[in-house]
Design a protein around this ligand. Structure first.
Ligand SMILES: Nc1ncnc2c1ncn2[C@@H]1O[C@H](COP(=O)(O)OP(=O)(O)OP(=O)(O)O)[C@@H](O)[C@H]1O
Ligand SMILES: [Mg+2]
Length: 418
């Protein structure tokens, strides 16, 4: 199959909409052709609240990215989705190899993976079914069993499910801009593409993308996504808390948070003062920077507790060997790595998007991990089809694996992650 030449990522965040157009170069490398970053409107905690506003923001962002490329270059869009309507579970499915001890064929795996589709309610849609690993005649940890001998084959898969109407709305805002959706990707999995190293995925790692409205978690084990969850709290909650404490409007508070904020007030010299500008009759006044940072520290501790809760809900008793990787705009919060390290121990790092040589400086920030990751996801998974969000093919979709298409709706779920 011919490889696509152009890739377009559209990341519709709560704070910003980012579009990136890229082209595959002669050596197979991705080259960014255009970028459009605009302030988001109409989004609440990762969910589309006002379709028209989001459509307009997506339009401005895509037009900006296409400015130097020309329309029509893009064949389809990779877009991210998040929000608490998404849930995940791991399923197990077994088939008998009809040839008894013959070679395991691609066709057999197709059947097996189709069987991994869980039964979902009428308002639900399967977003991803990603194989974690295979067992052949009781032997575990097999990545690709095609060609092996075996009579009993089992697959464990990570399945992500979302609200069908919410997902369809994402498709609508892209299609309203005369583009088609190639694939919708869970936000945390997109971020993981551009931030996690192969070693981290193998050793086991918790990826945390702190955005404006949500914090997206993905746990990788033995190279594959094993758990995912969305927490409806992000960096804008920190700004809101500070705005209430300082009695200043959100736009002013956001600037102060970025300039003076820290989630480690104890690391700030006790005598350091900042000047709070005058606002609505409240005169300009000075304040201890430590005091300013207290609400930020308190909210971040809450968020860390929620992350720990999700990791426990995943079934893990402790953090995996490669620890925790923090990304998303909220990961730029001063003192975050220090606070997480102090609270949880283990390895902690702040991740910037990698994987595209010559990435424009504007995109070399944790806030763009998901957008850059969408392009990398596109390259990796190109050729797979987005299904049924247009109402075809029985209302189910497969994304994230090359070898299968439409699901049949059987299930044997091992764990439900909510
Ligand atoms: N230097 C910084 N220090 C502290 N916070 C920052 C910094 N830069 C960005 N942020 C915060 O990051 C958040 C936005 O992150 P990001 O751009 O990843 O969100 P988003 O992708 O639009 O939203 P979401 O993924 O939640 O839908 C905002 O709350 C912003 O205040
Ligand atoms: Mg985001």
């Amino acid at each position: 199959m011919a490889r696509d030449t152009f890739y377009t990522a559209v990341d519709i965040g709560t704070d910003k909409v980012t579009s990136i157009m890229a082209r595959v170069g002669t050596e197979g490398e991705l080259k960014v052709l255009g970028t459009g970053v605009v302030t988001s409107q109409g989004m609440q905690k990762g969910r589309i609240e006002n379709l028209d506003e989001v459509r307009e923001a997506v339009q401005s962002s895509m037009e900006e990215a296409q400015r130097y490329v020309g329309k029509g270059a893009s064949t389809g869009v990779y877009t991210s989705v998040t929000g608490t309507h998404l849930s995940s579970l791991n399923t197990k499915e077994i088939v008998d190899n009809p040839n008894d001890v013959g070679d395991i064929s691609g066709k057999l795996l197709d059947r097996l993976l189709r069987g991994s589709f869980p039964d979902v309610g009428p308002g639900q849609e399967v977003l991803h079914v990603i194989p974690i690993g295979y067992h052949v005649d009781g032997m575990s940890g097999i990545r690709n069993p095609v060609g092996l001998h075996g009579s009993l084959v089992e697959v464990e898969a990570h399945v992500v499910i979302g609200d069908a109407v919410t997902l369809k709305n994402t498709v609508r805002v892209i299609e309203a801009n005369k583009a088609s959706v190639k694939s919708m990707v869970l936000h945390s999995l997109a971020s993981a593409e551009s931030t996690l190293t192969g070693d981290e995925r193998e050793m086991g790692v918790v990826l945390v993308d702190i955005g404006g409205g949500t914090t997206d978690i993905a746990i990788y084990r033995q190279g594959q996504p094993w758990y995912s969850a969305v927490i409806p709290v992000g960096g804008s909650q920190l700004t809101r808390d500070l705005s209430v404490a300082l009695k200043t409007p959100m736009y002013m508070t956001e600037e102060m948070k970025i300039k003076w904020g820290s989630v480690m007030p104890e690391s700030i010299p006790a005598d350091q003062q900042v000047v709070i500008p005058s606002f609505q009759g409240q005169p300009k006044h000075s304040l201890s920077r430590r005091v300013l940072c207290e609400p930020l520290h308190a909210r971040m501790m809450e968020l860390i507790k929620m992350i720990v809760l999700k990791v426990r809900q995943s079934g893990l008793r402790e953090f995996p060997a490669a620890g925790i990787v923090l990304t998303g705009g909220g990961a730029e919060m001063t003192g975050l790595a220090e606070l997480v390290q102090k609270t949880l121990g283990g390895q902690v790092r702040i991740a910037y998007p990698e994987g595209i040589a010559g990435l424009p400086a504007q995109l070399r920030k944790p806030a763009f991990s998901a957008s850059v990751g969408l392009l990398l996801w596109g390259i990796k998974h190109q050729g797979e089809t987005r299904s049924s969000l247009n109402g075809k093919n029985g209302g189910r979709s497969i994304m994230g694996n090359k070898s299968w298409r439409w699901g049949l709706g059987r299930k044997n779920s091992a764990a439900a992650n909510r």
